[in-house]
Write a protein that binds this ligand. Structure first.
Ligand SMILES: [Zn+2]
Length: 247
């Protein structure tokens, strides 16, 4: 793969970083990333991946834009209300970067369609708002030895985890073996807008580091952010010997 002058100019500020360079930029161009959920996390995540030049991005969402989404879902505006998120996001992202390929899936992710949707992608990003889908994504990634970068937000708090299932380590079920009896979704709990931006951007950060084979890897760890205290904590996720996935 060759990088032409206009591409060089566009991505110059990251190419001049020693840890990226031309070879790193080529890796970014060749990367295939799937984003599940175009909510508060998916919007910044998609924006930064597209702006960085990630070559192939899949987006999965069945929801339409609602007026109450607009405090944090920065790809949408009031005129998008009632339209499918994947369609609007694709329009905006194509303007940011015409060169990348966006695969949109206007679908609810199920055990029936997951294998077809995941087929093309190496890195999977979970930004969904329910535990059922989180377990489905986790179990499929674990079985298929993929890389899962997962984030969740509620009120003033955010979490980010990475699981590289090519290596032995914990999974999401190790951390959360039983589905909690709460909804964990922004519509019911409320969400402080910057938490979505911060956690979605951190998710993009981990995706790009994964593409670049960065040595300082979040694998098997979790970052917890609290917006009120402006505090980050990093904790190791242990393998649960009783995990259903036999981690
Ligand atoms: Zn596990």
């Amino acid at each position: 793969m060759k990088i032409n002058l206009s591409q060089f100019k566009r991505f110059e500020k990251q190419i001049i970083l020693k840890k990226i360079g031309l070879s790193g930029q080529k890796k970014i161009f060749s990367a295939k990333v799937l984003i599940i959920g175009l909510g508060g996390l998916g919007c910044p995540l998609l924006t930064y991946l597209a702006a960085s030049g990630v070559g192939k991005i899949g987006i999965v969402d069945y929801d339409k834009v609602e007026i109450s989404n607009l405090n944090r879902q920065t790809l949408f505006s009031p005129s998008d209300v009632g339209k499918f998120k994947v369609d609007q996001a694709k329009k905006v992202i194509s303007k940011i970067n015409r060169k990348i390929k966006i695969f949109s899936f206007k679908k609810r992710l199920t055990s029936k369609n997951i294998s077809k949707i995941f087929k093309k992608f190496e890195i999977i990003c979970d930004g969904t708002d329910n535990f059922q889908t989180r377990y489905l994504i986790n179990d499929f990634c674990k079985k298929g030895k993929r890389i899962l970068i997962s984030s969740a937000i509620s009120k003033f708090d955010g979490q980010l985890m990475k699981f590289n299932f090519k290596k032995k380590g914990p999974c999401y079920r190790c951390f959360m073996p039983i589905q909690p009896n709460i909804l964990n979704n922004c519509q019911d709990d409320g969400i402080f807008s910057p938490v979505a931006g911060i956690m979605g951007s951190l998710q993009a950060n981990e995706v790009l580091k994964t593409i670049l084979n960065s040595k300082s890897d979040l694998n098997g760890n979790m970052i917890i952010f609290n917006a009120l205290k402006s505090e980050f904590r990093k904790i190791k996720i242990s393998i649960n010997p009783k995990c259903l996935n036999k981690c």
